[in-house]
Design a protein around this ligand. Sequence first.
Ligand SMILES: [Zn+2]
Length: 89
Amino acid sequence: MRHRSEGHVPGEVSDAKDDAAIDAQAVVADAEVERDLAELREIRLARQRMADGSYGTCVDCGAEIDPRRMLAQPQTSRCVECQALSERA
Ligand SMILES: [Zn+2]
């Protein structure tokens, strides 16, 4: 009676490596999609603030956001101080 040597076929080793590579790619792709979605949400919110006239004003303290900051990050909703606070929280 012959036994098949399961799990020890040379091809399976490289398959496992390929699977790991595909998993890693999927994780990276997921992270990219997450980041894109977060950016889209921020842009949508920024458009809402443009529509209601609060664009360029900090959502937390109501102060005018530094125009240079708005140029660098047009979708930002907080002034530098409040952004730092919210990131620490
Ligand atoms: Zn603020």
